[in-house]
Each structure stands twice: as structure tokens, then as C-alpha cells.
Design a protein around this ligand. Structure first.
Ligand code: TXA
Ligand code: MG
Length: 356
């Protein structure tokens, strides 16, 4: 893996030179101080989390948060998640704390779970996109936690990608989308989970998963047996998902992507028949050597949804750098974290699934 520890980039935007610093706190002990200084001054800094990289700013500073929307090109009706580094930090952010939240927090925080709760007035409207609720997340990644703690304020952060692009799971992904647009990227290595947090809404009578993610439906059901999944998520339908972000076209690589579903022999036959050297193939590791044409990206073991989640966004970005004119993906198993993998792939493919 190509690693750059320290880069200074000068880029012209609107006549101004914006310098983007990329630093790893393991090799540069002053990195967190520097990031904290930018954040305190109302700037945007990209930070690692265990799910994906985040584009962060002081959640209590509306002008700072506005810069996130500009850097990402994000629609203003899409609310941001607020990241905390201790439970006490959450108290002033919310106006009600249901018992169901306590049970989930005990089990899954810190970790890849975002909980939607009624918000307090301290949160600027721009963060919640005018909603009266707020998504709160306590990340597990040590760099994120130490940075939030150092700042002493919560960080609003969406995924650190240009709107509509696959999320970023390495500092280099962030760099390719954000260089010249933000002053600093903190490199905390490759993200271990690789797919965004699960978003669960606890503001209604029945807890509802608005976005599948790093904590599986099955795990949450162990704690909240009545949990449901927003049914607009896994199909292309006219009903609007309750998580505003899920309605946008997202994660799509440049070349059209099709998911191939069926038994393995049929999938292989279909791809053999329809591929040439300009075809991208996202296969399971077991079948990497079965192809003698095409651009291959093995995105995890057939039964290993955790590995598939970790590699998914890198795979989608990989084909953008290759000269492919179509991509086929082996259909993942939707159990556990596989539900999140399938959800992101479906969106990346525009719900284009071929049954074989
Ligand atoms: O893992 C993650 O969640 C990453 C890291 C950086 O923490 N963040 C992330 O943020 O994925 P973003 O903005 O890319 O996705 C947040 C999703 C969007 O679909 C948004 O619409 C939804 O959560 N969301 C945020 N606040 C919400 C709210 N109050 N009600 C409903 N949906 C909300
Ligand atoms: Mg995102």
C-alpha cells in the first residue's frame, strides 16, 4: 500500500492558495495539536474513524459547519452526525434520553452506531438540516477520540468524500477528493470497519434502522427485539427513506456497475461470456484466478462480510483509476454486516441486479 506521511499541496481555488497538510500522528506528535488549532479556529479537518474518514468541524459553530457543506458539495437538507468522546459531552446536545438509548450505548459505544435523538437548542440548524433531531456517535478510533477530547467540543462530520462519491477509507482517498479544499487531513491509517456507522432512530415508538452499517441488525435485535429496518432502504421504490442522505445517488463508480446474483457457476459463466479486457470484476477472493481477462479486484472472502465491508469503497474507487467501461460485482451475502455491503453496492449499481 502506497503511504505518504506528509504532503503539502498548493492548489488554486477562487484565486486563493489553500494548503492541505496530510500528517500521521504516529510519526508527528504535534499532529493532534495542529488539528485541534484548526478546529478551534473554525476550520475543517479530515479525521480517521473506525468506519470511514470524516470531514469534521466544531458542531457548535455554524460558520465552521458551513465549510463542510461547501468542501463536500453536500445538499443542505442532509443532516450531519455529531461525534463525541465521552457520554457527558452528549448531555447538552439532546433534549430527551430514552431507556432504549441507554441499552444500545452500554452495548455498542464507543463504536460504529449513530443514535438519532431529539436535539437541544445548542445545536445549530445547519447541523441538523432544520430537523429537530440529531445523530450522535461516539467513535472508537483512538485518534478521533483523543482529538475530540483535546478540542473539548463535539465534531460534526459527514464522510470525507465529495458528495455522491464512494466514502473514504484511507487518507489517500480523502486526499484525492479534498486536496486544496481543506487545510488538514489527519492520517490514522486504513479504516478497520470500512463501511459507515449504522444509523438508528430512537425518536419514534418503534426503533428503526435508517441506514445499515458497522453494527448489524441481528446484533441490535439482541438488545432491542422490536427494532425494524426502514423498508425504503433495500429496494428502488417511490417512498422516501427517513434518513435524508439515503435518497441521493451515492457511491457510484464512473463505469456502470451491475451486481450478478445466482449460484457461483452461473455467475462465473455470465461474467466469462460478457467480459473483455476493459471489464472491471469485483469477485470474491476464492475466484480471483478464474479470469483470464478483465481488471480484477478481489473484495473479500465469499463468506467474509467483514472483509467485504472493509474493501468495498476501495474497490469502487479502484475502478475509477482504471480504463474500464463496465463493472460486474459478485452479489454479497446479506447477513450481518453484509446487509450494509449489499445496501451500498445496490446504490452504487443504481439497483441494477442481474439474476443468473
Ligand atoms: O460512520 C459514519 O457514520 C461516518 C463517520 C465519519 O462517522 N459518517 C457518515 O456521515 O457516514 P454521513 O453524513 O456521510 O452520513 C450520515 C447519514 C446520512 O444519510 C444522513 O442523512 C443521516 O445519517 N442522518 C444524520 N442525521 C440524521 C437525522 N437527524 N435524522 C435522520 N437521518 C440522519
Ligand atoms: Mg456519506
Amino acid at each position: 500500500m502506497f503511504v505518504i506521511e506528509f504532503i503539502l499541496l498548493f492548489h488554486k481555488i477562487g484565486g486563493e492558495n489553500l494548503k492541505t497538510i496530510l500528517k500521521n500522528p504516529l510519526n508527528h506528535s504535534e499532529t493532534l495539536d495542529e488539528a485541534c488549532k484548526f478546529l478551534t479556529e473554525g476550520e475543517v479537518v479530515a479525521i480517521p474513524t473506525e468506519t470511514v474518514y470524516g470531514l469534521s468541524a466544531n458542531a457548535l459553530n455554524a460558520q465552521a459547519v458551513e465549510k463542510i457543506f461547501i468542501a463536500k458539495g453536500r445538499p443542505s437538507d442532509n443532516p450531519l452526525i455529531v461525534h463525541i468522546s465521552s457520554l457527558s459531552m452528549m448531555d447538552e446536545l439532546i433534549s430527551n434520553f430514552p431507556p432504549s438509548a441507554e441499552a444500545l450505548i452500554d452495548e455498542f459505544w464507543p463504536g460504529p452506531l449513530t443514535i438519532i435523538l431529539p436535539k437541544s437548542d445548542i445545536i445549530p440548524q445547519i447541523v441538523s438540516a432544520g430537523l429537530d433531531t440529531i445523530g450522535i456517535r461516539f467513535p472508537e478510533h483512538e485518534v478521533a477520540r483523543r482529538l475530540i477530547e483535546k478540542c473539548g467540543f463535539p465534531l460534526a462530520a459527514p464522510s470525507a468524500n465529495t458528495s455522491g462519491q464512494p466514502s473514504s477509507t484511507t487518507a489517500m482517498h480523502v486526499f484525492s477528493d479534498m486536496a486544496g479544499k481543506i487545510p488538514m487531513i489527519v492520517d490514522g491509517g486504513d479504516c478497520l470497519v470500512g463501511i459507515e456507522s449504522t444509523v438508528i432512530d430512537l425518536t419514534c415508538d418503534i426503533p428503526c434502522i435508517l441506514r445499515p452499517g458497522g453494527i448489524s441488525f441481528e446484533e441490535i435485535r439482541e438488545i432491542l427485539p422490536n427494532v425494524i429496518i426502514d423498508d425504503a432502504l433495500m429496494m428502488q421504490s417511490d417512498c422516501t427513506p427517513r434518513s435524508p442522505g439515503m435518497k441521493y445517488r451515492h457511491y457510484a463508480p464512473i463505469a456502470p456497475l451491475k451486481i450478478v446474483q445466482g449460484n457461483t457457476d452461473n455467475i462465473l459463466q455470465y461474467i466469462f461470456k460478457n467480459s473483455d479486457d476493459k471489464t472491471g470484476i469485483m469477485c470474491f477472493n476464492e475466484y480471483e484466478n478464474c479470469f483470464n481477462t478483465g481488471v480484477i479486484y478481489p473484495y473479500g472472502g465469499e463468506q467474509n462480510s467483514v472483509e467485504q465491508a472493509r474493501k468495498l469503497f476501495d474497490a469502487l474507487r479502484y475502478f475509477d483509476d482504471k480504463d474500464v467501461n463496465k463493472i460486474y460485482a459478485f452479489c454479497p451475502n446479506s447477513d450481518g454486516i453484509g446487509l450494509a455491503v449489499m445496501n451500498r453496492l445496490l446504490k452504487a449499481a443504481g439497483f441494477n441486479v442481474i439474476e443468473v
